[in-house]
Design a protein around this ligand. Structure first.
Ligand code: PRT
Ligand code: ZN
Length: 225
């Protein structure tokens, strides 16, 4: 694997995807050491640089061609695509494959005391979310009017705090909903981590390296199945 131009891969700096993203690359033979203070980690044995950023920044960095590859949740990717489409901005990426970690679902949930008889029960509610575009798409498909309340964090406490009637948030085990006296009513999006590529990669050596890396990723994931 030799090429003059290094490829850049954006991964989550710290959070639910960071360990597994790093581990996957290491299992593919990419040797690097992460310095917690540094944004960039250079691989020693391949022309690959890792860019460690907030997960929300990853789709945009790939869409703008700032980095070649990114590992991000499909939820974050889809939300950013809808956001950019609404603004008429470039939103194209090549989704190379779904990965085998980061499983979660984006769901609607309401307080235990609220009765739910189908999506119409949510009509007129104020819903707290960090995913306004995915929420809007679902509610429009269902033909339900609602109001939103944008929160980047602490979404699950919004109903108890009197900020919202229900929420639209990520769920994996359901423990957070339960701890906050909420129950899940509608699953609106199912998500895994995925590998995305910029549509702007042109250098054939870089493309060859990306293909080699993806074939190793396929092998690692197949072996774990
Ligand atoms: O700092 P940065 O912006 O990079 O990180 P972040 O805080 O935005 O994201 P992070 O690390 O929480 O999640 C990164 C990605 O992991 C998400 O975008 C999803 O693709 C994926 N993922 C998988 C999850 C979960 N599972 C998950 N359970 N992301 C968040 N959660 C949260 C959820 O928001 C809720 O607060 O966990 C809680 C619910 O979990 P359960 O198990 O109690 O249901
Ligand atoms: Zn984030």
């Amino acid at each position: 694997m030799t090429t003059s131009k290094r490829i850049r891969i954006a991964i989550q700096k710290s959070g639910r995807l960071s360990k597994e993203s790093q581990q996957l690359l290491k299992l593919c033979g990419v040797k690097f050491n992460v310095n917690e203070q540094r944004l960039i980690a250079h691989a020693d044995n391949m022309p690959i640089d890792l860019l460690r950023v907030r997960d929300d920044d990853i789709p945009g960095l790939v869409m703008d061609g700032v980095v070649d590859l990114g590992i991000v949740g499909e939820n974050v990717l889809e939300e950013e695509q809808l956001d950019r489409e609404a603004l008429g901005k470039a939103a194209e990426v090549n989704k190379l494959r779904q990965l085998d970690f980061g499983a979660c679902r984006l769901s609607l949930a309401v307080p235990n005391e609220v009765e739910y008889n189908g999506p119409q029960s949510l009509a007129g509610m104020r819903l707290a979310t960090s995913y306004p575009n995915l929420l809007r798409r679902y509610m429009n498909q269902q033909g339900i009017e609602y109001r939103d309340c944008m929160l980047k964090g602490s979404v699950e406490v919004a109903p108890r705090a009197g900020l919202a009637d229900g929420i639209c948030d990520l769920v994996s085990t359901g423990a957070t909903l339960e701890a906050n006296g909420l129950y899940e009513t509608d699953v609106i999006f199912r998500s895994m981590a995925c590998m995305i590529q910029s549509t702007q990669t042109q250098d054939p050596a870089q493309q060859a390296l990306i293909e080699k890396l993806m074939s190793r990723i396929n092998g690692v994931i197949r072996a774990r199945e």
